[in-house]
Design a protein around this ligand. Structure first.
Ligand SMILES: *Cc1c(COP(=O)(O)O)cnc(C)c1O
Length: 478
């Protein structure tokens, strides 16, 4: 046995490189990262390939390991060299991601020090950091002092936490679900219905409230639906307005929603995954009036605060149902002290063993200061207005609704032929070129192009290039 142990130790120590080996790994990683960042200004925003990434299969996980340069080469070619570039300023599709350099450093440091951020006893600093970020966000969004929540892996996960909290607050049991009505607009994100399903609440009736010409939920239609459900003996439970829809960036009438929720006893859970971060700016605050009336809300720092992918936030003013829905005690855990002033993430979500997720946002905020974030967000709002003005001035273009936040949906109107087919063909050409990456959607049944301005590296030049390419490719197609 001692012999075997010695051999095993030698082998297992290979997992933990010493300073000299680390120096080579650092240097190669730094060179890779700098190569990537240095190439970004000219790198494609999208790379269209046959069977993208399939070359990874030629590099199976091996028993012996491989030299680092070979591993990085594989990464460059088969992962970072295909599909959408999540760091490009010409990524204008869906809701674009960014990843600030400081956020990446936060992730790296969190992984190296590996602080356990689920439980105060083990990771007091990491837990306090999460709570500091949550408290700061809650204040920025106008929630009352003492509000908090959970830093989740994304908006969809944060919505699941919100739905479980709202269910707890209403005291709903399985037998109540077929009567527990949910209200959202016909523009709401699909992840809400998915979260209801995952929460085991498929039976809850979901009312899709129609929207107005600006794609905002119509409050009179909402009230009519609530009253009809009350008359039918059902129990209106959850109202989910969207503060910035994916399709057009529309903001539902949040003040009217808060009023209706208050009068009829619904939990107001606002989907601000895309839009809520704009509340850091004066312009955004005006567009998001009423957000602060939410019982709970979701925002995605991996969208609107330029964090690396994997960060969504649930905020709520009601900590009791949040804890009741998620806290647990077990024999192998130290019991929390009675007077503990810090909420532990293990009490506010399903996750238990988790990394110090806050560092990817806390570090950039500490390093750059909030003012830089406010400026970047105001820049995106103004860029959207600027792009809309340019589209308005283009002949043969329906510029679509005036952007309420930073998403535009518009379409070219060809002189002849089917407009849907024309715009789809235009989008395909741009995607194949790869310089600018846009996406499409259907509005009132008609195919529209979308320009979503939120990537940290999207500035006026990138917007100009996208508009100019759209115009010149459209001319070629016509
Ligand atoms: C992105 C988005 C979501 C889903 O969030 P993920 O972070 O992608 O899970 C929900 N609602 C809206 C409005 C979004 O833009």
């Amino acid at each position: 046995m001692p012999e075997r142990l010695k051999d095993l130790e030698t082998l297992s120590r290979g997992l933990d490189p010493g300073a000299e080996d680390r120096a080579a790994l650092w240097e190669a990683t730094r060179a890779y990262s700098e190569g990537f960042l240095g190439a970004l200004p000219e790198a494609p925003a999208f790379v269209l390939k046959d069977r993208p990434g399939s070359g990874l299969a030629d590099f199976p996980i091996s028993e012996a390991g491989r030299p680092f340069p070979q591993v990085l080469g594989t990464l460059a070619e088969h992962v970072d060299g295909v599909g959408a570039n999540g760091a490009s300023g010409r990524h204008l599709a869906f809701i674009p991601p960014s990843s600030l350099f400081a956020g990446a450093l936060g992730d790296l440091l969190a992984a190296i020090t590996n602080r356990y951020a689920a439980y105060f006893f083990a990771g007091p600093g990491a837990v306090r950091m999460e709570n500091q970020v949550l408290g700061w966000l809650a204040r920025e969004l106008g929630l009352p002092e003492g509000s908090s929540g959970n830093l989740a892996a994304g908006g969809s996960m944060a919505h699941l936490v919100g739905i479980c909290t709202a269910r707890e607050a209403a005291g709903l049991k399985a037998a109540d679900y077929p009567r527990a009505c949910v209200y959202l607009s016909d523009q709401a994100h699909h992840c809400l219905v998915k979260a209801l399903r995952v929460a085991g609440m498929c039976e809850a009736p979901v009312r899709e409230i129609p929207t107005d010409v600006d794609f905002r939920m119509r409050p009179e239609a909402l009230e009519a639906a609530i009253l009809a459900d009350l008359r039918a003996g059902l129990r209106p439970w959850l109202l989910v307005p969207t503060a910035g829809t994916t399709n057009t960036g529309a903001v539902d009438p949040l003040e009217a929603c808060a009023d209706l929720a208050g009068r009829h006893g619904l939990w107001l859970h606002t989907d601000g995954a895309y839009g809520a971060s704009f509340a850091l700016t004066g312009l955004g605050k005006a567009a998001l009036r009423g957000l602060e009336g939410s019982d709970s809300l979701v925002l995605d720092p991996h969208k609107g605060l330029f964090a690396p992918l994997g960060l969504g936030v649930l905020l709520t003013r009601h900590l009791e149902p949040l804890r009741k829905a998620h806290a647990f005690q077990a024999d192998y855990l130290p019991s929390p002290p009675e007077d503990l002033e810090e909420l532990s993430p293990s009490e506010t979500t399903l996750e238990f063993s988790k990394h110090a997720r806050a560092l990817r946002l806390w570090l950039p905020l500490q390093l750059h200061g909030v003012a830089a974030f406010r400026a970047a967000l105001e820049e995106k709002l103004l860029l959207a207005r600027y792009a809309h003005q340019r589209l308005q001035a283009m002949p043969g273009v329906d510029p679509g609704p005036v952007p309420q936040l930073s998403v535009l949906a518009f379409r070219f109107l060809p002189r002849a032929g089917d407009a849907d087919a024309f715009n789809q063909a235009l989008l395909q050409r741009l995607t194949a070129q790869g310089r600018v990456f846009l996406s499409g959607t259907k509005l009132n049944g008609a195919f529209h192009l979308r320009l979503a301005i939120l990537a940290a590296r999207t500035h006026k030049d990138q917007v100009d290039e996208a508009l100019e390419r759209l115009q010149s490719e459209a001319a070629k197609l016509a």
